[in-house]
Write a protein of this length. Structure first.
Length: 78
């Protein structure tokens, strides 16, 4: 399973939305209305799934799925 699919599964489970509602280029904060508490939950879940250290700022600043994929892939290659 690729990085984007894993991220979408995590987001779908946490936010209780269908995977096909999660568009790659749309801000989670603006489109789905993700709040700061949910963003922290997302960070924790992604850290567990990918075994990387993320800061909430990184995910909040880069809040599209494509941004998250790039950020996590960069950390996985370090």
């Amino acid at each position: 399973m690729d990085t984007k699919t894993k991220i979408k599964e995590v987001l779908s489970n946490l936010l209780k939305v269908k995977i096909d509602e999660l568009k790659d280029e749309v801000s989670l904060i603006n489109s789905i209305g993700v709040d700061s508490t949910e963003m922290v939950e997302i960070v924790i879940a992604l850290e567990k799934v990918f075994a990387v250290k993320l800061s909430p700022k990184e995910i909040t600043k880069n809040s599209t799925i494509n941004d998250m994929v790039s950020n996590i892939q960069l950390k996985l290659t370090k």
